[in-house]
Design a binder for this molecule. Structure first.
Ligand code: AMP
Length: 903
């Protein structure tokens, strides 16, 4: 809205001596403005009201940008005593234009508008100020500018609201959405998958009051035949294909396929090429083996019986499964299959997919006395074998069946079976009898011991004992070697590796100073020099890696500075190959930490910056991160001890807030615990805003926010203040009282934000003193100005600790809600199948043996247990006792809903 001439029709009150339209020539063009300058004319109350401004139905918050000039009161000499240099902005809502009727009482004040720069005689400083008018609900509104005795000219007023622009994120399209206001800081918006994309759940996202999209939820994926490209799903190009719904790229058509057209779901096989029914569409097509032709060769028998009239007969059997029959006339032999003098034959007209067995008999003039046989099992199904007709399971073992065929009249009678189970693919079989025909079959076993089918039988004859007698003094044991199929081991996935405070509180030092953002130093190295002392690297020795930070490993070590006692320290290192920016970001943590001196803030010992291996050295905290410490000591600490820890953290945070430092990532994982169980706030960094926190979730503008620890206004419009740190402190209180339980359990970030927006809050942890839970709820007030300050928190916690009886009243605890952790059923919602599965789900596996020793082996028995019984089987810690008892309670009451949160 720009004032241009008198046609704006704004109303002035009182009419005569108040605001008026003025003209001013500037650079050749005329500028109009609303002007007033009743300086030195006594009390002033002059109003300028806009025309009725229609409100967009969903815009509850509008911005008013004013460009104006204010004259310096000093320039009015004697009149300057009553002269003002500000004016007021007011608003009044209405459902319809009320025309020229004007009543001051209908307006509410939005803000006092003061100029950044005042103008003297002859110079003109135009100021631009923007104010928010929030919580609008009626059809429209008026704005009014109240002069109380200043010399002001208003050049323009721009009224606007913010929107999140129509966008496509993760293949979901979201419409332009008007940003919410204080009452609805995050607007949930449903989207739709782009053309040719689908998703199981409707995609959603939040629009913040700043008109920024955050936390997209849901995954749209391109249909078969389409791949993601530039926020859309595009057809696979010719020669490419995609078989399934996914965001993978289209693949090249496999071998032996026809080039596909665009948008192909698969590529058809070239003529003469096929896929077996179980072949994936991504597999190459394969040809059937040409109708078979093969050359069969063999060695003459070692012992020809001293004769030369050896001839051979080739016998062919055709087998399907275990059924074999003679091959018949179809198969051709060149030159013949009988009376062969050569030791080879060409066999043709073999059919694909079939197993053939050829037996070669050697004969001589006295062959009725001895027949030496060699069997050759041939498979004509090579291609199919390649295409996985072999058993799909992994083969780890083989069985070898050995049957003994005695060379007597009852030739085919099998008399003995020996079964060997092997882990290798060869075996040596000893102690065979001479002059005996042995048949061997091999069968593969899967790791579970499931048998595959048998191979063809292989036949071996052992020579006569006499032969050995002649050759050697004593017959050696007869040996035979069998070579089994060797399969490469497939499917052998490697398993993926799997994630009091007795605040001996001396009067805390009051910070004398305000925290200085190292960014304000032009050269960040100056900041490090100013706030951290340089340590010579020979004075620090690393002992053991204790953690990994964003920039490199964290070590435990020793600091031995000249003239000082040896001290255990933590040494943060910067991994080699760092850039100057990384070095500066890394050291910014030291520049910040070095400014603090408090018992509950991790203490900086110094830095190594003048050598290649840059380090930050801090005091060593023996018990590591608080969240893990609590999980490892679940149920082992009293409320008094836990509240003591919280008091320490609150004291550290009070110190930080007194120094005007906003932490932004306060969470139990960023609190360190020493051997005296003192808790200290850690994790200060600059670039960090959470870059190094695995809990950080990217917002669409690229910032990262740990949603479940962060106050709604900080998520919505990055309003990070000590009050948002207080919200996070409330979450830390909950984490501590719940022994390191994950806030909001397995709810997604999206569900958490929705629940918080709808005024739900975390329920009281088990056994949590009522006063402590009340304090948490205070920390989670939507209106940040109503939250307690850290100094209030410290004094309240102090009070509780001074009269421990105040911790006796326990907050209502609803196992059906809170025992989502000790869950009421298995992860899939089905009842627990075993006592140990249930114990594992409530993280009480350490008692498995107690249960089984007491004969409690079924969930039916568990459900009958009373507190007494649980104690009697050896669960003594009160926390554990309760956890188990409550879980049983929850199991009995599975019908109750889990959606009740304390508000
Ligand atoms: P940070 O980079 O600060 O998040 O550190 C990574 C991990 O190193 C932490 O989670 C701790 O387990 C460990 N750590 C860091 N500083 C210390 C310290 N002063 N004393 C003991 N452990 C530490």
């Amino acid at each position: 809205m720009v004032a241009s001439g008198g046609e704006l029709g704004w109303l002035t009150w009182p009419d005569e001596q108040g605001w008026e339209i003025a003209q001013q020539a500037l650079n050749g063009s005329l500028l109009y403005n609303y002007f007033i300058c009743n300086v030195g004319a006594g009390e002033q109350d002059n109003w300028l009201r806009t025309t009725f401004i229609q409100r967009h139905p969903t815009a509850t918050r509008v911005f008013v940008e004013m460009r104006f000039v204010v004259r310096d009161c000093n320039s009015f000499g004697a009149d300057s005593l009553t002269c003002k240099e500000t004016f007021n902005l007011h608003t009044s809502e209405a459902d319809a234009d009320i025309g020229t009727s004007f009543r001051k009482g209908q307006f509410r004040k939005v803000a006092t508008i003061a100029p950044d720069e005042i103008s003297g005689v002859g110079d003109m400083q135009i100021n631009t100020e923007t104010r928010v008018v929030d919580n609008l609900s009626r059809k429209g509104f008026y704005l009014a500018f109240q002069d109380i005795g200043a010399c002001v000219a208003i050049y323009s007023v721009r009224v606007y609201y913010k929107t999140c622009p129509a966008t496509v994120k993760s293949l979901a399209a979201f419409p332009e959405t008007v940003a919410g206001g204080e009452n609805q800081a995050l607007r949930e918006v449903a989207g739709a998958c782009v053309e040719n994309a689908v998703s199981e759940d409707q995609p959603r996202i939040y629009c913040t009051v700043d008109g920024e999209w955050v936390v997209p939820v849901g995954q749209c994926q391109c249909r078969p035949g389409y791949e993601p490209k530039n926020d859309s799903c595009q057809e696979c190009k010719p020669g490419f294909f995609k078989t399934s719904v996914s965001n993978e790229a289209c693949e090249h058509c496999p071998k032996n396929t026809e080039p596909s057209s665009s948008g192909a779901l698969s590529c058809p096989c070239l003529q003469g090429f096929y896929r077996a029914p179980n072949d994936p569409l991504t597999a190459a097509c394969s040809a059937q083996m040409a109708v078979g032709k093969l050359q069969l060769s063999w060695s003459p028998p070692a012992d020809t019986g001293g004769r030369t009239d050896i001839t051979y007969n080739v016998v062919c059997d055709r087998c399907e499964g275990s059924v074999c029959q003679p091959c018949g006339e179809k198969v051709r032999y060149d030159p013949s299959n009988t009376d062969l003098k050569e030791i080879s034959v060409i066999i043709s007209e073999l059919e694909p997919h079939l197993n053939y067995t050829f037996t070669v008999e050697a004969r001589n003039g006295v062959s009725h006395l001895c027949i030496a046989k060699r069997s050759v099992a041939l498979s004509n199904t090579k291609n199919l074998v390649n295409n996985k007709l072999v058993p799909e399971y992994r083969i780890t073992d083989f069985t070898v069946k050995c049957s003994l065929q005695e060379k007597d009249e009852e030739k085919n009678k099998v008399t003995t079976y020996t079964v060997l189970v092997l882990e290798k693919n060869s075996v040596q079989i000893i102690d065979l009898s001479p002059s005996t025909v042995y048949l061997f079959k091999v069968q593969a076993l899967s790791p579970e011991g499931n048998p595959g089918s048998y191979s063809m039988e292989q036949e071996f004859s052992t020579p006569a004992e006499e032969m050995f007698r002649f050759a050697q003094k004593s017959p050696p044991p007869i040996k035979s070697f069998i070579f089994l199929f060797s399969y490469s081991r497939k499917n052998s996935h490697t398993r993926q590796g799997p994630e009091d405070a007795y605040f001996s509180s001396p009067e805390q030092l009051k910070p004398l100073k305000t925290y200085v953002d190292p960014h304000t130093y032009e050269d960040p190295n100056t900041a490090v020099l100013k706030f951290a002392s340089e340590i010579h690297p020979t004075h620090v020795s690393k002992q053991k890696v204790i953690g990994v930070g964003e920039f490199g490993e964290v070590y435990r070590g020793i600091l031995k500075a000249p003239g000082r006692k040896e001290a255990a320290v933590a040494i943060k290192t910067l991994k080699p190959g760092y850039t100057e920016k990384q070095r500066q970001d890394f050291l910014s943590e030291a520049s910040i930490m070095g400014q603090f001196c408090h018992q509950n803030i991790i203490r900086l010992e110094g830095v190594v910056t003048k050598f290649k291996h840059v380090m930050i050295v801090t005091e060593y905290m023996e018990n590591g991160a608080l969240d893990k410490y609590l999980r490892d000591h679940d149920g082992e600490m009293s409320s008094f001890q836990l509240v003591g820890m919280l008091r320490g953290i609150a004291a550290g945070m009070k110190y930080l807030s007194d120094m005007s430092y906003v932490h932004r990532d306060l969470a139990a994982r960023n609190i360190l615990v020493n051997s005296k169980l003192e808790c200290k706030v850690s994790d200060f960094g600059l670039s960090r805003v959470l870059e190094d926190d695995p809990e950080g979730t990217y917002t669409t503008s690229g910032g990262k926010i740990p949603i479940r620890w962060t106050a709604p206004e900080a998520i919505a419009y990055r309003k990070f203040t000590s009050a948002s740190d207080v919200w996070s402190f409330g979450i830390v209180m909950w984490e501590v009282m719940a022994f390191g339980e994950r806030p909001y359990w397995d709810m997604s970030n999206h569900e958490v934000m929705k629940a918080i927006n709808e005024a739900f809050r975390l329920p009281a942890p088990m056994d949590c003193p009522s006063a402590v839970y009340q304090l948490m709820l205070q920390c989670w007030l939507q209106d940040r100005s109503k939250r307690p300050r850290f100094q209030d928190i410290v004094s309240l916690l102090d009070k509780l600790l001074k009269s421990p009886d105040s911790l006796k009243a326990i907050a209502d605890f609803d196992p059906r809600v809170s025992i989502r952790l000790p869950s009421t059923s298995g992860s899939d919602g089905s009842p627990f199948r075993s006592v140990s599965e249930w114990l594992e789900s409530i993280k009480m596996s350490q008692y498995s043996e107690n249960f089984s020793m007491a004969g409690i082996v079924s969930m039916e028995q568990v459900l009958q247990m009373k507190s007494e019984d649980i104690r009697n089987i050896g669960v003594r810690l009160p926390g554990h006792l309760k956890r188990i008892a409550y879980s049983i309670l929850g199991l009995k009451d599975q019908t109750s809903t889990l959606s009740v949160f304390a508000v």
